[in-house]
Ligand binder design. Structure first.
Ligand SMILES: NC(=O)c1ccc[n+]([C@@H]2O[C@H](COP(=O)([O-])OP(=O)(O)OC[C@H]3O[C@@H](n4cnc5c(N)ncnc54)[C@H](OP(=O)(O)O)[C@@H]3O)[C@@H](O)[C@H]2O)c1
Length: 333
């Protein structure tokens, strides 16, 4: 089988396609033939991290078909279409160090390989009618948006939700918010991308480049009340705006650091906002299963912007680095 690896040094230019032996499943294990993977900002950060381990197979998000099962496997059968879990050991309940300890494309090798060996517990069924490419968008980006907005945020009809930028997490948050009957305020650096967000149902559009004080615009769009939820993916440069955009007692899902780490935060702005600020690291298998039911009930389809072959994996990572995408970037394996 073929795999994309960082053999001995970090950086996009050091990604190589190599041949690896096919894995054989032991008791309780399965082999999934990965046919599609998708990129997350985290995969880019991992590939570019000087401190990363090598050799290393990147990427958490993929989907494919079960091609072999070991003794005692009962959860899946050969021919099932599945997606691997981001956290291989987090199945249900609150996060624990053990549950968060085994992450694909992080502490474990990832899915940029044509066959991946997993525990039978480490996969979930994919939504009915989804292609492998579509299913490959779900394990990190979609599940993070789902947990931030629905599981922790408990979004309800009529709530106002702010999504920042038009990357993978934010576009799923937009879609889940609309499915819940919420009002969405989308921000982007690009008017053209804002129009695409509008086509997906965004109710109010703010260009954060031409309107850096976008919190004021959120308040104007909510009669001064502020937003009920902010899906916070920016970190530096957005977190303070999020605190100013949130209504008293609203919820901020802290997810990303696209703009870097927040420094010199005035803690008084947190207690003054009365906001619930909850950190989110993806989600469990149980969260994934509830998301799959909601996707099926609402007919949600992921937004795939660009597709690359395995041999074009460097181009795919460069494309993510350029930030020109809207939604997800797919790699076909
Ligand atoms: N905690 C978790 O479990 C978890 C899970 C998934 C992702 N994340 C994090 O969440 C963030 C988003 O991930 P992703 O995979 O969705 O990224 P992505 O697809 O690469 O999103 C990139 C987009 O975000 C927007 N953006 C870039 N810099 C921004 C800034 N400073 N302020 C506001 N928007 C900005 C841009 O949209 P426009 O071009 O429209 O402006 C850009 O195209 C990353 O920091 C990632 O590490 C965390």
């Amino acid at each position: 089988m073929r795999a994309v690896v960082l053999e001995s040094a970090y950086g996009i230019d050091n990604l190589k396609v190599i041949e690896k032996p096919d894995p054989t499943p032991g008791p309780g294990q399965i082999v999934v033939d990965i046919t599609a993977a998708t990129l997350n900002y985290r995969d880019l950060a991992t590939v570019m991290a000087p401190s990363g381990r090598t050799p290393f197979v990147p990427c958490s998000d993929g989907a494919g078909v079960v091609s072999a099962i070991g003794d005692g496997v009962t959860r899946v059968k050969v021919g099932d279409h599945v997606a691997p879990l981001f956290f291989q050991n987090w199945f249900a309940g609150d996060p624990t160090p053990q549950g968060l300890g085994a992450a694909l494309g992080g502490t474990l090798d990832g899915v940029l390989q044509q066959k991946v060996l997993l525990s039978e517990q480490g996969v979930t069924r994919v939504p009915a009618g989804y292609s492998d490419e579509e299913a490959a968008t779900l394990p990190c980006a979609a599940l993070t948006a789902w947990r931030g907005l629905v599981i922790e945020g408990k979004v309800k009809s009529g709530d106002v939700v702010v999504v920042q930028g038009t990357g993978g997490v934010s576009i799923f948050a937009l879609q889940f918010a609309k499915a819940a009957g919420a009002i969405v305020i989308a921000t982007s650096s690009s008017d053209e991308k804002l129009e695409r967000a509008k086509a997906l149902g965004a109710d109010h559009l703010i260009n954060y480049r031409s309107t850096p004080d976008w919190a004021k615009e959120v308040r104007r769009n909510t009669d001064g009340r502020g937003a009920d939820h902010v899906i916070e993916v920016g970190g530096a440069g957005t977190f303070e705006q999020s605190l100013r955009a949130i209504r008293l007692g609203g919820k901020i899902a802290v997810i990303g650091i696209l703009g870097g780490f927040v420094k010199d935060l005035n803690v008084a702005t947190i207690f003054a906002s009365n906001a619930y600020i909850h950190g989110v690291t993806v989600g469990s298998r149980e969260h994934f299963e509830s998301m799959t039911r909601a996707i099926e009930a609402n007919g949600i389809k992921p937004v795939i912007d660009k597709r690359f072959s395995l041999d074009q994996s460097r181009d795919a990572f460069e494309s993510m680095k350029a930030g020109a995408h809207f939604g997800k970037i797919v790699l076909r394996l």
